[in-house]
Design a protein around this ligand. Structure first.
Ligand code: SF4
Length: 60
């Protein structure tokens, strides 16, 4: 199963939650990925990782 991590480099820009609103939620200027929502949204998660301006999202 794909696993998403967000590092401390996150600046809370919201790009990931725009690209994958089911998986990424912004809380207090930090992105919190919901692992349970990843299945079925893998492509969106990869897209979010590619488009994160600070490279804070890693996909395992
Ligand atoms: S796209 Fe990157 S910097 Fe922006 S909220 Fe998501 S993880 Fe944080």
């Amino acid at each position: 199963m794909m696993r998403i991590r967000v590092s401390n480099e996150c600046v809370g820009c919201g790009t990931c939650s725009l690209l994958s609103p089911e998986v990424f939620e912004i809380y207090k200027n930090f992105s919190i990925p919901n692992q349970l929502k990843v299945p079925g949204h893998e492509e969106e998660c990869i897209d979010a990782a590619i488009n994160c301006p600070v490279g804070a999202i890693s996909v395992d």
